[in-house]
Design a protein around this ligand. Structure first.
Ligand SMILES: Cc1cc2nc3c(=O)[nH]c(=O)nc-3n(C[C@H](O)[C@H](O)[C@H](O)COP(=O)(O)OP(=O)(O)OC[C@H]3O[C@@H](n4cnc5c(N)ncnc54)[C@H](O)[C@@H]3O)c2cc1C
Length: 401
């Protein structure tokens, strides 16, 4: 196997495939490899609609081989060590691969183990999560078979991918219960480690009204710390002005968005920010590493703040590609391209209803369409159900962004 590449991309998910495709389009002579262990590529935003019973899980997965751009090498392995001082990564087989430029986009790690009892019970006993391809169908099973009682939805307080996904499925569930006439005899509760529903004040105000419309009980600064699937009990740690307090709540179904952090291999590498989450230490505007100038990072693993969405990746790709090509071609005159922190949360607030929240680093609304973003719309539901998946597979992953 060849052991040196001009550009080595770690992770062949949303960001890795989009970047490799766009780089090839811009310069077909580049010698690029993608390191990715999975032979499947997932359209993760679709998992909300799988959990809501709108999509079948099979609509969200395709063969990775069909999306590795022509002329790009695919090393089907995981990186087990980074040595950026010497421009080396070590892959699972033990081989060392060297590079001129490195792009790190290996996503997040789902830290199920940080909630006591959760790894043992996820996917059964009424404990579900849209955060995995394998468990998203069980979410709909829980919603469909719910006959009233307590439905809990939880969100970890740290940064998670698609920070709105825990709420999206809650509104779909509440709408399902309403349509089946069992919402009145159901207690739907949201426990979030965050101090509010969304960091953008205008959207937060709308979401408070939507939650009230369904009669949802909201609990802020409340992190799930323990689950007992057998007894159907969830334990939350509530942070109050006068300290912490634990609350045990009985449930009939519990949807979980677990704590997340950078994959351990990143966290324990010289590339990481030195904190417990260990995201890649990039300049959030240029996406270039703060210490290693031949290293770039984007997507969920990059330390760009609370922007962990595929929509953010869509805006980051052209920025990273321009800055990487400038570095390769040693062009500095033009000045770098800058990422403004754009991210988007398409909030499914009911079946056929969607509130499209798009905003930047400073929580400033950035609507793509000239429409009031505080309004729930059927047109946005159609966009998310039909257009965006098509755009993802046919434009974004082909580097046409
Ligand atoms: C339930 C849910 C709903 C969502 N909804 C939306 C939405 O509505 N809109 C939106 O824009 N975004 C949404 N997202 C978020 C979006 O899917 C992610 O932000 C996006 O996929 C991030 O792309 P990425 O390339 O950084 O990570 P990923 O696409 O997760 O790819 C990371 C890749 O790295 C690989 N990898 C991991 N470790 C290693 C290693 N050691 N070596 C090599 N490769 C490795 C993995 O196998 C994976 O293929 C949602 C996500 C979920 C789970």
């Amino acid at each position: 196997m060849k052991r040196h590449y001009q550009v080595l991309i770690i992770g062949g998910g949303t960001a890795g495939i989009s970047v490799s495709a766009k780089l090839r389009r811009r310069n077909p002579r580049l010698d690029i490899a993608v390191v990715e262990p999975s032979d499947k590529h997932y359209y993760q935003p679709g998992w909300t609609l799988v959990g809501g019973g709108v999509f079948d899980a099979s609509q969200t997965v395709r063969d990775e081989a069909d999306y590795i751009p022509q002329g790009v090498s695919w090393l089907r392995d995981s990186v087990s060590e980074f040595d950026p001082e010497n421009n080396i990564v070590v892959i699972g087989s033990g081989e060392k691969i060297t590079y001129d430029f490195l792009v790190v986009c290996c996503g997040v790690q789902l830290d199920w183990h940080l909630v006591k009892g959760l790894p043992e019970t996820i996917g059964k006993n009424g404990v579900c999560s849209n955060y995995l391809f394998n468990t998203a169908p069980y979410t709909y099973e829980c919603i469909r078979t719910f006959q009233g009682g307590r439905a809990l939805f939880s969100q970890s307080g740290g940064l998670i991918k698609c920070g709105a996904a825990p709420q999206k499925i809650m509104y779909l569930a509440a709408d399902n219960f309403r349509r089946r006439g069992i919402l009145q005899q159901s207690g739907v509760s949201f426990f979030t480690g965050k101090p509010g529903l969304l960091r953008v004040p205008e959207i937060n105000a709308e979401l408070m009204k939507i939650a009230a419309r369904y009669g949802i009980n909201l609990h802020f600064n409340a992190n799930l710390v323990e689950v007992n699937g057998e007894t159907k009990e969830a334990v939350f740690e509530m942070t109050k002005a006068d300290g912490k307090e634990r609350l045990t709540v009985q449930f009939d179904m519990l949807h979980v968005a677990p704590p997340m952090s950078a994959p351990d291999v990143i966290k324990h590498s010289p590339l990481a920010v030195k904190d417990p989450f260990g995201w890649v230490d990039v300049n959030r505007d240029t996406l270039q590493h703060n210490s290693y100038k031949n290293v770039f990072s984007l997507g969920d693993v990059a330390n760009t703040g609370d922007t962990k969405t595929g929509a953010a990746v869509m805006k980051q790709v052209p920025v990273l590609v321009k800055n990487l090509l400038s570095a390769i071609e040693m062009k500095t005159a033009e000045g770098p391209a800058l990422y403004n922190g754009y991210t988007s949360c398409p909030l499914t607030t009911g079946y056929g209803k969607l509130l499209m929240a798009e905003f930047d680093h400073d929580n400033k609304l950035m609507p793509t369409f000239p429409l009031d973003p505080r309004k729930e719309r059927y047109s946005m539901w159609l966009l998310v159900k039909y257009f965006i998946p098509w755009f993802y597979w046919n434009r974004m992953l082909r580097g046409k962004i």
